[in-house]
Design a protein around this ligand. Structure first.
Ligand SMILES: [Zn+2]
Length: 331
């Protein structure tokens, strides 16, 4: 039993370059139209740390339009979820330029009080954007996928009502941040966790639903489409390139994410085939499959349209973390 969750990271580049209009508003508008056409919901991981700082410094004239768009996403039934890039929290804005604080890149390695402050501010700001003082996001994704060391961050998020995390991808590894998700490959399609997000803990108070990946030889990652997206990101955002990311996996297989903005139609077909093959062996087992996309990566809406059309034809259910939560805890 497969249920697909489309998660969208709603953000500009991690080094604070790029405009809200180009990197958030326009691509999201296209995706909203697409998901409305197929009557499917999205989970939108709103990166609130950047939105709060941009709002405070009035550094982008479209910030209020972004708030309106998030409210509209909420009205249309998409799930509004919490995403935090903590390097934005202490970012400085001077002479029209942002400087993010890279010493706070990994939320989980900050002192407990600082984590609490960033999470609390993030949730407060999300409530402010939505105009709902009691809004509680049910799901979370750590910035840069860094959710280790998992405690005390998980406990703090849990205190604020977060029940599901979707930061892990099986096979993932970020050596310089000490983050290693390779042992999660042993786990099922979702699991409870507490001390370590990559470890299945039946007593854990939170649930991990990882971003779906498949392990491929690293040369398979070099599609023309991905290289173009990487090139654009580097020109505009000077972010880490594909090759520096691949260095985390030299000599190994590389985890390719089910990414509806980066993959080609052929890659999507191959990954769906693999998912269906696994499902045929255990059709009664619930298998939430998390696809990921980034507003800043959307280049061709056609591939996302194709992905949704295949799901519609095959009758697969598309859901959200909020909708699937009841099924997960009764499973
Ligand atoms: Zn992000």
């Amino acid at each position: 039993m497969i249920e697909v969750i489309f998660s969208l990271d709603y953000e500009i580049y991690g080094d604070a370059t790029g405009s809200l209009r180009q990197l958030i508003l326009e691509p999201t508008e296209s995706l909203m139209n697409l998901f409305q056409k197929w009557h499917y919901p999205l989970v939108v991981f709103v990166e609130v740390a950047e939105l709060e700082r941009i709002y405070q410094e009035k550094s982008d004239q479209d910030i209020e339009v972004v708030f309106n768009q998030i409210q509209e996403l909420n009205r249309q039934g998409h799930e509004i979820a919490l995403h935090l890039h903590p390097q934005w929290s202490g970012a400085k804005y001077q002479n029209g330029r942002w400087e993010v604080d890279l010493s706070e890149y990994n939320l989980c390695s900050l002192p407990e009080e600082r984590i609490r402050e960033i999470v609390s501010d993030g949730i407060k700001f999300l409530r402010f954007i939505l105009g709902k003082s009691n809004y509680v996001p049910i799901s979370f994704r750590a910035g840069n996928w860094l959710f280790q060391p998992t405690q005390p961050a998980a406990r703090i998020l849990c205190e604020y009502g977060i029940k599901i995390d979707s930061s892990v991808f099986k096979g993932g590894r970020f050596k310089i941040y000490g983050v290693d998700y390779r042992k999660a490959s042993r786990n099922g399609f979702f699991w409870r966790f507490w001390e370590d997000v990559a470890e299945d803990d039946s007593q854990g108070q939170m649930i991990e639903i990882p971003i779906y990946t498949t392990l491929v030889p690293f040369w398979e990652m070099i599609s023309k489409k991905r290289l173009e997206i990487e090139k654009k990101g580097q020109e505009e955002g000077k972010k880490a390139g594909l090759f520096s990311k691949l260095k985390n996996h030299l000599g190994l297989k590389y985890p390719k994410k089910l990414d509806f903005c980066r993959l080609t139609k052929t890659e999507i077909d191959e990954m769906l085939k693999e998912i269906w093959a696994v499902d045929r062996k255990s059709p009664s087992v619930l298998k939430p499959i998390v696809a990921i996309g980034h507003t800043k990566d959307l280049k061709d809406i056609d591939t996302a349209d194709y992905f949704l059309s295949v799901l519609k034809e095959s009758g697969l259910k598309v859901t959200t973390f909020r909708s699937i939560y009841g099924e997960l805890i009764s499973d």
